[in-house]
Every structure is written in structure tokens, then in C-alpha cells.
Design a protein around this ligand. Sequence first.
Ligand SMILES: *Cc1c(COP(=O)(O)O)cnc(C)c1O
Length: 431
Amino acid sequence: MNKWMEEQYEALGISREVYEFGEKIEDSLKERFAAIDATAEYNQLKVIKAMQDNRVSAECFNMSSGYGYNDLGRDTLEKVYASCFKGEDALVRPQITCGTHALALALMSNLRPGDELLSPVGKPYDTLEEVIGIRPSKGSLAEYGVSYRQVDLLPDGSFDFEHIKEAINERTKLVTIQRSKGYATRPTLSVARIGELISYIKGIKPDVICMVDNCYGEFVEEQEPLEVGADMIVGSLIKNPGGGLAPIGGYIVGKKECVENAAYRLTSPGLGKEVGASLGVIQSFYQGFFLAPTVVSGALKGAIFAANIYEKLGFEVVPNGSESRHDIIQAVAFHNPDALIAFCEGIQAAAPVDSYVTPEPWAMPGYDSDVIMAAGAFVQGSSIELSADGPIKPPYAVYFQGGLTWYHAKLGILKSLQKLKERKLVDLDLL
Ligand SMILES: *Cc1c(COP(=O)(O)O)cnc(C)c1O
């Protein structure tokens, strides 16, 4: 053991026992971490190639204001996203306020009254229920006469091809496929599985638009969904592709027509992509995108480290310690509210910002139980930064993600374990 390192951990409140347990787990993960590093290396090269091919220059970092006509930085960044993710065109804007907004924009601009939307992978992310109108909501797709159908995954997580075929009809215009499990318990879809699903659907109806909600998935694998037949991918810049530096934003990349429709909806018919000042944030979009492959690799290592630590201690972890990864989210079901709270306190205590704050469960709007959240982020709500949250109800599961660096993620997880140990919720001596 490295004495010098151990002392530094001790200065942050990590006991020798917890540190050594962590080292043992980390040692067992060498091969997996090497594979993650190789993916990051590949994706780093992909980003640099896209930046070079599109002649990113110092002028791209100039600020535009007002209408933002001829904003070289904005237009070039959109080309970089399109090249890197293999789309014909892209919309990458600070005016897209979050992931939900980006998804709503993609849906509302590409669907027309009388069209039908299909989700062949079960219930979409919570906030989309109101966008679609599954839960009645002002301005939903349902209010505009767009209907919705859903086919759930089979109990073993596979696609229900038979019912998907039955659900596709003459009105089916757009299919939405969520890559990440989000905060549900289904498995996350690999890019390869998304490809299989898309080719099946296009085999039945070739002109249907296949959109992938790519949130939390960018740069986890070498390929992105446009490379396996998706028409449009959509995501948030305060998750993976913003690399922790973008302070706001969302993207849509894909077929020219799909992106064009979104642009006319974001600004105005007739204006489209031509307007939209970048107000000085564009440099952080470039730098964040440049760093994103490494940042995502750190978050992935953190997720796998947490899975292995808590699995070893006998808790239920999803995904489990050895499964392949297709997004950066890790769930741990504690079946004990005190353990859930202790975990979140540890994450908070490891943060560079607001580390002295104690997170407490509270009644958040839209939830049917109290929720505890831990985050000490540079960008409010950024979930590419180390963060954890969980509803205070059985199975008392925490959803944990992010970490701008692997070392911070590691500290957060060790700190969570330290809290559990101090409250006698785990016993490291038994191992
Ligand atoms: C985070 C997320 C969203 C919504 O993004 P927000 O930025 O929180 O609005 C949608 N879908 C998935 C799968 C997500 O992970």
C-alpha cells in the first residue's frame, strides 16, 4: 500500500480499512479499466478528426449577439457534431435549455396532427410523459392531435417484435428509442441492439423516422446510433457531450430534413438555423466536447467501481459488477433507508462544491415519496458531474452517475462507504 496516498485519503476522512478495500476492488478491475481507456482513446481521436476536418479555428470562439447571423463558431460546432456522430446535419444550441427540451423539439417539429408516435422499448423517461401527453399536460403532443403507442420490453428485457409489428400502422410517423434505462429497471440498450431494432422496424415501414434519446450514452461505446440506422439522435449538453464544461444546451444530430424541421421549430419558420446568438458560451461547448470522451471514461470507471464495491458487500446492483456498460448510470438497491441516506451524504461530502452541506430527503414536486439528492456541482443540475439521488421508498435504491474525473468518482464512492461503515450499515471485517 502507498503510505503517502493513504495519508491523503485519510485527510479527506477515508479510513485505512475503507481505502484498502477500495484498492483491492480497483486492482480486480484493471482489465475493464483498460478497455474503457481504449474506448476513450478511440473517441478522442474521433473528436479531434471532426474538429480538424471542419477547420475549427480561433475565430470560432468569438462571441455573437443579437440575431447571431453568420456565427462561425456556432455553425462550425454543428458541423463538428454532425461529423463526429455521423449525421448529415446538427443543431447544437444554448437556446435548447435541457435534454427534455431537445427531445420535445425533435418530436414536435417532426410530427404533425394525425401522426402517431411509437415507443417500442416501454415507457419513456419521466419528463417525456408530459411532452407526449401520457400524463395530461398543456402543450403536449396529444393536445396537437398526435397519438401515442407503446410496446413494452418482454420480461427478460428483449424486444417484443410481434407486438411491435402489430403496433406499426399507416399513421406511425416516428419511433422513439431510449438508449439509457434512465431511472427505470430495464437494461440499457447497446448501440448494436438499437441497430437490430431499427432494421426490424424499417423492414416493416422504411420511411418511419427512428429517433434515439441518446442521453447518458454518448461516448460510452465507439459507435453512436446514427451509425446503425437511426435518423436522429438527441441529448443534453449538461450530460456526456458537454464534458462538464458546457453550462447549458442540447443537441439534435441526424438527417438533414429532421434537423431542419427542428431548427424551424426552435427559432421560427423562415429563420431556422440562421439565427441564434451564441453569447460567448460556444468555446465551452468546444472544450467540453473535446474533453467528453475522457470525462465519460471516468464516470464509467466510477460506475463499475461502485457496482463492484456494493456487490461485494451483498447489495443488489444494476447493472451488476461484470456486465457490459451502455450508459453511465449505476443503481444500488439498499433495502434500507438509512443506507440510502448515508450513501448520498458520502457523495455530497466528497464534492468540490458544497461539501459541507448535508443532503436531506424532501418532497419534490412530481414524486410520490420524499427524494434525497446529493450533488456539489459547478453547473447546476449537471449529471455528468458526480451526483446521486433516490426516492425514500422500497427498494431504497440510489441512482448514481457522473464524476468529471475518475479520481473524484472514486473518492465519492469511498466516502459513501465510509459513511455506511461509521453507521454500522456494512461490516468490512466479514470479507
Ligand atoms: C436526463 C434524461 C432526459 C431529460 O434530460 P433533462 O436535461 O433532465 O431534461 C431524457 N431522457 C433520458 C434517458 C435522460 O437520461
